[in-house]
Design a protein around this ligand. Sequence first.
Ligand code: AMP
Ligand code: MG
Length: 414
Amino acid sequence: MLQVSDAEAIIFNLVQPLDQKWDREVVTLLTAIDRILAIPVTSELDFPHWDNSAMDGYAVRYDDVKGANKEQPTALEIAFEIPAGVKPLRPLKSGQAARIFTGAVMPEGADTVVMQEQTQIEGDRVLILEAPKNQEFVRHRASFYQAGEQLLPPGITINPAEIAVLAAAQCREVTVYRRPRVAILSTGNELVAPDELLHMGQIVDSNQYALAALVAQIGSEPVPMGIVRDRPEYVKKAISQAISIADVVLSSGGVSVGDYDYIDKNLEQLGATIHIRAVGIKPGKPLTVATFPKPKTKQRVLYFGLPGNPVSALVTFWRFVQPALRKLSGLTHNWQPKFVLARSCNDLTSDGKRESYMWGQLHLVNGKYEFLLAKGNSSSGNLINLAQTNGLAVLPIGQTHVSAGEQVQVLQIN
Ligand code: AMP
Ligand code: MG
């Protein structure tokens, strides 16, 4: 059977990131949060825009004050004042100081700022009590960024810090990648929607909601397509509808070896290339990955046939679909799954035959990660103890045991 790392490599290779030229849209600055920048941003402005003071104090000529000390202070005439936001009135002459405030523009002729704490007022003069360093407390024009250079590269997530940079560069609109569209199908004769009456033997379609939430959480657009009954003609119709509107299709259920598992057969009949039919992962072994050509483009629709078991569906999403979607979204870095080494608080066991994923909570305790296994029954049919999961401990093939107190790799989710 295909191992997890091989399946991962196949999937990530199949992902074609959105097209930088065509798959983009312009959004306003405030709505750009969490979006992915599609084009490099440059600015016509230097940062700082002009030489300015980093302190409240006095703008001076270094040569005038380089010999100052407490015993023999240098006295300078206070010639004028420069509040923040104001252009200096005139150049500073030798023997003069200009009262200046943080962020205010340095006057012509001045090259250094003496902080207020090292001065003393004496009538209309200021005494410099200590020699500053040459050019001290001056933020020089373009010392942070030079106009025309790249300010932000494409392929990064726009977080609040990037919003600040964009605002400072007066970008009121931002070009970002469009959100990938992800169609979601639930298959099963036993499924009912959450607002329907639950008869004996039926199960609520939680996967539709879980998957829509997972997709939305990473910034893609979920397109919930409802429940599809286990009849080949219905399944085929639903899949062909889904591939016609989406970049990625997620179905759950119908991929194991049961009599009603039609997904793979229908994918083949619809002309898909099937790349993966099962993966040595627990939970989540029945996992189908296929691609369809997108009409009139060089792109492909990526199809994930996830297992129906709610826990298996989520685990396979976190392990394979989430990074794939992040790569597809245009992210150039940090789309890969993130693993950390943690100290397990519990004994963890596996049969060692498949790579096993155990859900629970990852905590930072005194700067070190700890993994706490979810309480209760760890069956892939038990959705209930999945609540509050933020990490999956991984036992590789061949490893049957991790004792409490030992280190374990944990896949970080969210
Ligand atoms: P399947 O892979 O179709 O054999 O489904 C495996 C198990 O997952 C069965 O117990 C199903 O009832 C359950 N299941 C399938 N689809 C869903 C769903 N959308 N929401 C919740 N449970 C599901
Ligand atoms: Mg089923």
